[in-house]
Design a protein around this ligand. Structure first.
Ligand code: C5P
Length: 303
């Protein structure tokens, strides 16, 4: 089949709507879905990335929106341009390395450690207060994908745990959810980099171990073993991600059930090699999708 054919194919259980998507192996997707439907909500856990997965990649004019780290770039630039420029310079230097097709993951990792390490040091050295960071989030260009609020609330309503596994900054996600949803739903669990605050509520350190794009796997989630043990009846995983680094986020789950991997592709349509790679590692690839409609439909089918 041609790539165009595969992009049109979809398993009977789901109607994906009009958005462009690719399902390279509809039979496998249908089989995974059937197991998940049999298991129902009680056997399901959702493991999701945050930046550009639950949040939108671009606004209606095609301008890139903010990641959780990006909240510092924008706000600090406004208040302290010299320091803000340091965050922006780091992004300009390391973002192209993160997505460089010519480098292997092993080659990228030291650069990612340097990027995360340096930007975290800048945040800690500046001793930003919790209150200031909450204000930054309020003024940030982080935007939920359409339907994200309902998606998160519906998982909570059906008692399906939502693990937000992010190489971004967990506190920023927490403040964002608090501001958008009023409170953090009970079902939500974070695996992320957390800013630690001193008794004056000033940033003083980051949690260990550092989580960057390419270590979202068991090496990081070892300390999460008690949590995964607690949800050990949840054998079916819906995994939502937007990068190659997201595809092993389910390794801590104790089980042999299926993982349905949904990948949000934000790259160029001309980059057929990248798109093909996404098709190989994700069961369903959603192209430039600003909504959570497909994830919601999967959960609706399972309930
Ligand atoms: O994989 P995940 O989406 O959780 O990673 C967070 C993203 O944050 C990375 O893809 C990276 O591009 C971005 N980042 C950033 N500024 C930093 C560090 C990471 O924008 N200082």
């Amino acid at each position: 089949t041609t790539q165009e054919d595969r992009c049109r194919a979809s398993p009977d259980e789901l109607a994906f709507g009009t958005g462009k998507h690719c399902v390279s192996d509809p039979t496998t997707v249908a089989a995974k879905l059937r197991k998940m439907v049999v298991g129902g909500a009680g056997k399901t856990v959702v493991i999701s990335d945050f930046d550009y997965t639950l949040s939108r990649f671009a606004n209606g004019s095609g301008e890139r929106l903010s990641t959780t780290h990006g909240v510092f770039d924008d706000n600090v630039m406004r208040l302290k341009p010299e320091l803000g420029q340091k965050f922006v310079d780091l992004k300009n230097k390391y973002y192209p390395i993160e997505f460089c097709p010519k480098l292997t993951m092993e080659e990228k990792i030291p650069h990612m450690e340097k990027w995360w390490g340096t930007s975290h040091s800048l945040i800690v050295n500046e001793k930003f207060s919790k209150h200031t960071i909450q204000d930054f989030v309020r003024q940030s260009r982080i935007v939920f994908k359409d339907g994200a609020e309902d998606f998160i609330q519906s998982l909570d309503a059906h008692n399906i745990p939502l693990v937000i596994f992010s190489a971004g900054i967990g506190n920023i996600i927490e403040y964002f959810l608090e501001q958008k949803l009023g409170a953090i739903p009970r079902n939500t669990h974070f695996i992320s980099n957390m800013i630690l605050f001193d008794e004056d509520e000033k940033a003083c350190a980051f949690s260990e171990p550092l989580i960057h794009t390419f270590c979202k796997n068991s090496s990081v989630i070892q300390k999460e073993a008690p949590f995964f043990h607690e949800i050990n009846g949840r054998v079916n995983v819906i995994l939502l991600g937007d990068s190659m680094g997201d595809i092993h986020m389910d390794v801590g789950v104790e089980r042999d059930g299926p993982t349905l991997k949904v990948g949000y592709y934000n790259g160029s349509l001309d980059d057929t090699a990248a798109l093909q790679h996404y098709e190989e590692v994700y069961d369903i690839v959603l192209i430039h999708d600003p909504t959570l409609n497909v994830a919601q439909k999967i959960v609706d089918v399972i309930n």
